[in-house]
Design a protein around this ligand. Sequence first.
Ligand SMILES: NC(=O)c1ccc[n+]([C@@H]2O[C@H](COP(=O)([O-])OP(=O)(O)OC[C@H]3O[C@@H](n4cnc5c(N)ncnc54)[C@H](O)[C@@H]3O)[C@@H](O)[C@H]2O)c1
Length: 322
Amino acid sequence: MLKIGLIGAGHLGKFHLNNWLEIPNVTVVGFYDTDDAIANSVSVKYKIKRFNSAEELLDSCDAIDIVAPTSFHYKLCALALRKGKHVFVEKPLTNTMDEAKSLLKLAVESNLKFQVGHVERFNPAFVALKNYKLEPMFIEVHRLSQFNPRGTDVSVILDLMIHDIDIILQLVKSNVSYISANGVSVLSDTPDIANVRIEFDNGCVANLTSSRISMKKMRKMRLFQKDAYIGIDFLEKKTEIISQNATSDKNVFTFDIDTGKGKKTVAIANPAVADTNAMKEELTAFKDAILKNTETAVTVLDGFRAMEVAHQILDKINKATI
Ligand SMILES: NC(=O)c1ccc[n+]([C@@H]2O[C@H](COP(=O)([O-])OP(=O)(O)OC[C@H]3O[C@@H](n4cnc5c(N)ncnc54)[C@H](O)[C@@H]3O)[C@@H](O)[C@H]2O)c1
């Protein structure tokens, strides 16, 4: 039985808590939250122990789940690692690059399990593509949401775009060669909307738009590669593959196109998307990595790499607005 503690029982922390309470081979020993009213209501509603400090909670558990605001990630992760506890921390890994560098070193040297909450890796619309060869040369991404003051302690890059940066770094196995970016602070003190172009050594180009000041929500990624177009709708949990190779997927519709140099058959497939809960999957993966002593699904290095790109983007935005 793995003893888990939770730090930060706010909006997302409560979802984590609900999931932990359903995951087998886990005991939730309790939680710590600095806000007295939130802590009181959570301890009453969930009937779990409220601790008075992060230190006390850490001393009572094997692993910690950190869902406090991003500005506290570094301090809390470092404290947990120094106390010999496995760490799950919500995205982004930290706020600053100095913190990310220092945490990477601490985590690697600790030999403890460390997972970053890049939950889109577990989104069933993305998972549905696991057996499909993805080699994108052009990527177009839109991640839009309505304004909410939560999360605005950091820019839209660290708040929202970091999800897509992580996925793109998984898909494109090549180094970043050039980044151009622009962003505007509309309602908060940091960029609320941004457009970014990331170029890779292998020629791939990713064009990302993220906004937290939109009227509608959208989370779409479109991948274009030599033999196919792949659409991933992270919000609606739908996946589409349009290619010249009809797959064995039962959900395939085909039609012919006259290219002017002959006829080509095009197939449209909607791979089956499982009805899974991505957050529960990522927390279960963290538990399994500890109990089976395997590498975590989203390592501290993955979290660090996403931070490196995010901060290069932020530097470009800062330069563009000076
Ligand atoms: N993976 C995702 O899709 C996703 C979505 C939303 C938020 N997040 C991340 O989750 C984290 C929390 O976001 P949220 O929306 O739940 O914020 P929130 O403000 O709703 O909750 C944060 C909670 O942490 C508590 N807190 C603040 N400082 C603390 C400290 N030092 N120690 C203990 N508790 C502390 C607050 O009282 C609050 O209850 C952020 O890092 C955010 O980036 C991830």
